[in-house]
Write a protein that binds this ligand. Structure first.
Ligand SMILES: C[S@@+](CC[C@H](N)C(=O)[O-])C[C@H]1O[C@@H](n2cnc3c(N)ncnc32)[C@H](O)[C@@H]1O
Length: 213
């Protein structure tokens, strides 16, 4: 049994609090940008047994591929409650589970694809979470992430580092994560990185290495 770190408890409580305003808070950017990017994200998914990590309030539901078996996890009960409501309302077939991505309860090599949008900016130990994703992904399976990362522009990066503590408190997300580097550290092989806007938003496509027989 793994014990939950203090950082994990704090982050979970933060998302429990944010859950009730999350859809409203992101409404504008969702309509102007994120909805298009979600469409691209889900077009990259392969296979039929899919895991969505950090499902939140279920904003990806309408992009789920038909005829797939989808499991979606989140560690925030309040986020999951909203996702459950949306799933019933929209008649989405999804197996929703309360779980921490840093300690997944799935067997090794379970899923054809693992998907996440705007999650590894807030996972307390992102490399541990990504290593768990790598573990539960099938050999040669795909990992597709939509994330915002620290800018490559030194002035913007300095500002992002400066503003990060305040943004974390208000929004729950770190704006200075180096998620591409973290994906590489987790043992996944990065296949493609697509810049979506302002060199901050990225679509990261990675693959689990083939198991040697
Ligand atoms: C910024 S929200 C994104 C929600 C959703 N993916 C979306 O695109 O709208 C981040 C989500 O990740 C979840 N999360 C953060 N750390 C997590 C962890 N360690 N395990 C599971 N879920 C986590 C939060 O509870 C929250 O619902």
């Amino acid at each position: 049994m793994t014990t939950e770190s203090n950082d994990t408890k704090v982050t979970k409580r933060r998302y429990d609090r944010i859950a009730r305003v999350y859809d409203f808070m992101e409404g504008l950017i969702e309509r102007s940008r994120y909805s298009k990017w979600r469409e691209i994200l889900w077009s990259k998914v392969e296979g039929s047994n899919i895991l969505e990590v950090g499902v939140g309030t279920g904003k990806n539901f309408s992009y789920y591929p038909k005829n797939s078996q989808i499991t979606a996890i989140d560690f925030s009960d309040e986020m999951l409650k909203r996702a459950q409501g949306k799933a019933s309302q929209q008649k989405i077939k999804v197996n929703l589970r309360q779980m921490d991505v840093q300690a997944l309860e799935f067997e090794d090599n379970t899923f054809d694809s693992v998907v996440a949008s705007f999650v590894f900016c807030s996972v307390p130990n992102p490399i541990r979470g990504l290593t768990e994703i790598e573990r539960v992904c099938k050999s040669k399976g795909k990992v597709v992430l939509l994330e915002h990362v620290l800018s490559g522009n030194p002035v913007l990066a300095w500002l992002m580092n400066l503003a990060n503590p305040l943004v974390v408190r208000i929004m729950g997300a770190n704006i200075n994560r180096r998620t591409v580097e973290n994906v590489i550290k987790s043992g996944l092989v990065v296949e493609q990185i697509t810049g979506l806007a302002t060199n901050i938003f990225k679509l990261i496509e990675a693959r689990k290495k083939q198991l040697s027989s």
